[in-house]
Design a binder for this molecule. Sequence first.
Ligand SMILES: NC(=O)c1ccc[n+]([C@@H]2O[C@H](COP(=O)([O-])OP(=O)(O)OC[C@H]3O[C@@H](n4cnc5c(N)ncnc54)[C@H](O)[C@@H]3O)[C@@H](O)[C@H]2O)c1
Length: 369
Amino acid sequence: MSTQYVDNFADDIGPIKILHIYKPKSQLRGIVVVDNLAMGPAAIGGCRMAPDVSTREVFRLARAMTLKNAVNGLPYGGGKSAIVGDPKSDLKETWMREFARAIRDLKEYIPGPDMGTDEQCMAWVHEEAGRAVGLPYSKGGLPLDELGATGFGVAVASDAASEWMQLPLENARVVIQGFGNVGRAAATCLLERGVHVIAVNDSDGGLHNPDGLNIPELFRWVQTRNLNRATHLGEPMERDRVLEIESDIFVPAARPDVFTEANQHLLKTRLVLEGANIPITHEAARVLHDRGIMVIPDIIANSGGVICAAAEYEGKTEDQAFDAIRKSVYRNTTALLKRVRERKQYPHDAALQMAREVLSKKMGLYAST
Ligand SMILES: NC(=O)c1ccc[n+]([C@@H]2O[C@H](COP(=O)([O-])OP(=O)(O)OC[C@H]3O[C@@H](n4cnc5c(N)ncnc54)[C@H](O)[C@@H]3O)[C@@H](O)[C@H]2O)c1
């Protein structure tokens, strides 16, 4: 019997389980990776819906969850899942429900929302599988996307980084890739700190206004219309041109591997807050650091979502969840920046080491980078 997939990824952390699901009638294709369960008996991680998602991507995202849960001291392992399909498909509910039924007995994995899925999707999953986080209020949940938990955490990371780097947030120019749950909430929370969000994009195109976009108005606009048709708010542009606009803070809040070694030279900013998971390859992040760009890695900057999900699972209140996000993201961002400065480490190496120190103790291994 071949263990090809596990062998492709196996190391001293995981993954401990990879599941592929296929339903011929609806053409559901699902992937679940449970990476590591040292922190707790079940893994919390989002369920992504995207047409091009791969097992490798899900494994990398599951690993990010292992490290994120560890660095935040959450008593949950790391896992992730995906449904291969267009989130705008009419089959979305069918796929979510079938996927949920297929993982009903995989009790060591607790799904949450991710790119292409939302609170409604989690309500369907909960009805079928009996568990999910990021549920709507009506199901007794703390709807982490509606509450903007991840974007809130991204802004908290900016507070810590701004103090450490002496980068004032007042009037700082911010560019955001992705205007979904994370991008919108990050924009809203950063606006409260006095920044100008000068450019955003989504999968269809981008919008630029050097004086700052009217984000609440843009938010209303995208409820019914395309972002880059809002010509009264800014100048429309090709989607990826947004990545080249000079800024003080860049927030990737969409896809993996947006910047690699091949295109990192396009990024002209001072601070990157990784709202998305794995948006910059480690190699590219090192080059960016050498170019003087500080990157706050995903496992620290975007942990607001999973901290909120964990709080929901434990029956805590919204205030308790946001208090936990504020404390954890601020503490970790500051600790990371201290390591980067004092130990001359690259930020991703420092974040990995911080997570591994926690994980290694739980696994009975020695910490290593
Ligand atoms: N939702 C959370 O709480 C949470 C928590 C941690 C990390 N994340 C990560 O943040 C990222 C975004 O998640 P989300 O929940 O906001 O998803 P979402 O589906 O709500 O929004 C994604 C946004 O990205 C846009 N997009 C897709 N492809 C794009 C491209 N090539 N260029 C520009 N924009 C593109 C979409 O149009 C949409 O606006 C993902 O990497 C996800 O894993 C999400």
